[in-house]
Write a protein that binds this ligand. Structure first.
Ligand SMILES: O=C(O)C(=O)Cc1ccccc1
Length: 336
């Protein structure tokens, strides 16, 4: 048996305080490791901090959880912009990325919202606090109410603020757990428009390996613990926006190599006005870390990488990870 001193620790950062949906995603992903490891969940103040602890290798954190897209209201643009600013940036010559941020997993969480308040009469509520991503997931419930919207860094932060106010006209929107953590009751539950409302979170890591002694990379470590054989690579690139056919050329390359594109998103480049960066997710059937070095994964396919790089101004692979079939298929069964 392993003695307590030799138990390795996995440190996981998430958007705090405890009780957020990000916290739930972290627990869903990492609780299976607690048999063999000590898993520490470390709350962060903002989504930006969740990214920066990995980018700056702060506090020996191994993984971080980032909300990425929601089935009702789409992309979490802040997360896309954090990736853009890190990967596609004008840097002085030779200033390469020091601490390589990588995306190594995904987690799906069913998002059930609750109106959390000490007030018992809905008509007396004049201020509602929540994370900005939430408003348009609860349109049906909120339409017709007359209240001031107050954005908070997270849903659980909203519940914490309600607890600490002596005003009786305030409510928060958040999870059942956040109402329990802060000990504020729920006045209405399941106020989300769509009962299948699901958020997809990405798991980030850096070179701060969990299993140094074994020489196993953080991505292999996570993937070995997950069933499934479909892989996704997330890439970001920018192209000559004003050149006719420059984006269609990229699409042709994926077609030529018979690779299916799962998602396409674009964001302002921040390098020049009306210029864009593109995020693509590409399906493959193989793991970049697999022993047979299967060329089906774009990270291993030098030919496709060469063609992509030749046709982009900047091109970066953010990471490759297993499609989380379990939660992708049936997040709703893991409901509240
Ligand atoms: O605020 C939270 O609980 C988060 O984890 C961010 C978020 C907000 C709304 C839906 C999904 C994630």
């Amino acid at each position: 048996m392993t003695s307590p001193e030799t138990v390795k620790t996995i440190k996981v950062a998430y958007l705090g305080p405890p009780g957020t949906f990000s916290h739930q995603a972290a627990i869903q992903k990492f609780s299976k490791f607690s048999k063999n490891f000590k898993v520490e969940y470390i709350p962060q103040r903002t989504i930006g901090d969740c990214f920066n602890v990995i980018a700056n290798n702060t506090d020996q954190i191994n993984y971080s959880v980032l909300p990425f897209e929601n089935s009702t209201n789409g992309s979490v643009v802040l997360s896309y912009d954090l990736f853009r600013d890190y990967f596609i940036k004008k840097r002085p010559n030779n200033d390469i990325l020091k601490q390589k941020v990588r995306v190594v997993g995904e987690e799906f969480v069913t998002i059930c919202h609750n109106l959390i308040t000490n007030q018992k009469d809905l008509s007396k509520i004049k201020k509602i606090y929540t994370h900005p991503q939430v408003w348009t997931q609860c349109n049906k419930f909120l339409n017709g109410l007359n209240f001031e919207k107050i954005d908070t860094s997270s849903t659980s932060k909203a519940a914490e603020l309600i607890k600490n106010t002596d005003q009786d006209d305030c409510a928060a929107i958040g999870s059942l757990i956040s109402s329990q953590v802060h000990n504020v009751p729920i006045l209405y539950n399941n106020i989300e428009d769509d009962s299948n409302n699901t958020t997809r979170f990405l798991i980030l890591t850096n070179d701060n390996e969990v299993s140094n002694d074994d020489g196993i990379s953080n991505e292999k470590f996570l993937n070995d613990y997950q069933l499934g054989n479909k892989f996704i690579s997330l890439i970001v690139f920018n192209i000559e926006n004003s050149k006719v056919g420059s984006l269609s050329k990229i699409l042709t390359i994926f077609n030529k190599f018979k690779l299916n594109i799962a998602t396409i998103n674009s964001r302002p480049s921040n390098l020049a006005k009306w210029q864009y960066v593109f995020f693509f997710e590409i399906f493959s059937n193989s793991n970049v870390n697999s022993a047979n070095n299967n060329a089906n994964n774009i990270e291993n396919n030098l030919e496709i990488l060469k063609e992509l790089k030749e046709n982009c101004i900047d091109f970066e692979i953010l990471g490759s990870f297993k499609r989380n079939e379990k939660y992708y298929q049936s997040a709703v069964n893991f409901k509240c």
